[in-house]
Structures are given as structure tokens and as C-alpha cells.
Design a protein around this ligand. Sequence first.
Ligand SMILES: Nc1ccn([C@@H]2O[C@@H]3COP(=O)(O)O[C@H]3[C@H]2O)c(=O)n1
Ligand SMILES: [Zn+2]
Ligand SMILES: [Zn+2]
Length: 245
Amino acid sequence: MTLKLQMLGTGSAFAKQYYNNNALIYDNEFTLMVDCGITAPMALHQLGATFNDIDAVLITHIHGDHVGGLEELAFITKLQYQRKLPLYIGEALVQPLWENTLRGGMYQEGHITSLDDIFDVRPLKPGVKTDISAGLSVELIQTRHIPGKSSYSLYLNERIFYSADMVFDPALLRTLVQDRGCEVILHECQLQGPGEVHTTLEELLSLPENVKERTYLMHYGDNAKDFIGKTGPMEFLEQQRIYEL
Ligand SMILES: Nc1ccn([C@@H]2O[C@@H]3COP(=O)(O)O[C@H]3[C@H]2O)c(=O)n1
Ligand SMILES: [Zn+2]
Ligand SMILES: [Zn+2]
């Protein structure tokens, strides 16, 4: 089943040339938004779309560039469109997303007192494949990002790896390609400096050729143009462009 991918943004957390690294995944008429950061409402607007065009949203982890647009999404869908969007989220993130991210802005006595009042919450267990639409399935793979903070990469349709923000995990990437039929890797990439909580370009360049040749780079900094031609066979994903996966 062919999916289409359109990145709302491909930038790292504090990039200014690129929007936050959030994605639209299209399964025919069905649209899944992967992460909804601070810039997502404007990025969507610039595509000529609204939150009413989204059928479900999935959150990888709780950082502003991945969840900072959720308050607007939730208010607009509830108040303007009278809808509750399905929210796919690792089960460990359900409580912190409400208590630590959304409650401050959205709590309203007797009206909005829990995540269930604004979303159709669909908690996901890592390692378990879940059908999201007729032609789109997702399995969460827990990957390391910030110590003590749960973060989940995605395995879509058992052939596309979409990394959350994550530290380099070459064993995972090799296993996905060798043992699990992974055809496409969409990977975050920190272009310079020590990775610490991210994966660096230098680390990705150390991967075997057969892994690199199916890898596309995202979540990159404002100086990405300086690195064109320096990423081996790995291409930068471009925001707003539509890719067939
Ligand atoms: N220990 C940390 C924690 C956070 N950060 C920066 O904050 C950003 C939060 O969003 P991100 O996309 O995960 O990128 C993180 C780092 O830039 C960082 O550099 N080191
Ligand atoms: Zn990020
Ligand atoms: Zn992050």
C-alpha cells in the first residue's frame, strides 16, 4: 500500500528557516498528523489546510516542537469543528501530556478536565502493531532521547521507520533493515556538534551503505544547505514536498 508523506516542517527545535519537524502522512483520503509543534498551525495554514483536514494525530514525545501546537488544535477542533480527533499516543505519555503540557491552558471547570474531553485518546503499547486507517498501521518503538522521558519512534506499515528525536541506535537500524524488511528510514539528524540527545550526521554516515541508501534526513538545523553533497547517499527531506513512500 503506497503512502504519501508531506513534512509540515523539517527543522530542529530552534530552527528559524524551517518549521518544526512534523509530518502529514496520507493514506488515500485519510490524513495522519505526526507531531504538532509550535509552528504546526502556521505550517498547515501555508499549505492551504486547516485542522479540520486532519483525521488523527500521533505524538512521539513531549517537547514544544512536537506538541506545542496541540492546544490550538484541540481548542479549534472542539470549539469550531465540534470534533474530537483520535489521538494516538504511547500509553506512558497520556498522563504527562495532560498534566504537564495541556492542562495549564485548557482546563475549564466542568467542561475540560481531562485529555478525554478534547481528544478520542487511543493509547498505544510499544511493540504492538495498530491499524490507524485501511492502509496505515503503526508500531511504536521506544527509542532513547532524554533520560527519564519516554519517546517513541514509529514503524509504519512494517516497512517505514520514522525516527522520533533519538540518540544514535545503529543496532536498531541494522535489525530493521536486515530482519524486518525496512525499506525507508526517515531519520532525525543533528548536523554539527555532539549529539547528546540527538543523532549526528557523522554517526549516520558511519552506517552501512545498504542502510544509508534508504535513509532520508529530517529535524535539521538552519545551515542544512552548507551540508548538501556532504551527506553521502542520504538526502534531506524537504518540507511541503510530497513523497511517495
Ligand atoms: N539535555 C538537553 C535537552 C534539550 N536540549 C535542546 O532542547 C531541545 C528540545 O527539543 P528537541 O528537538 O528534542 O531538541 C532539544 C535540544 O535542542 C538539549 O540540547 N539538551
Ligand atoms: Zn524535536
Ligand atoms: Zn525532543
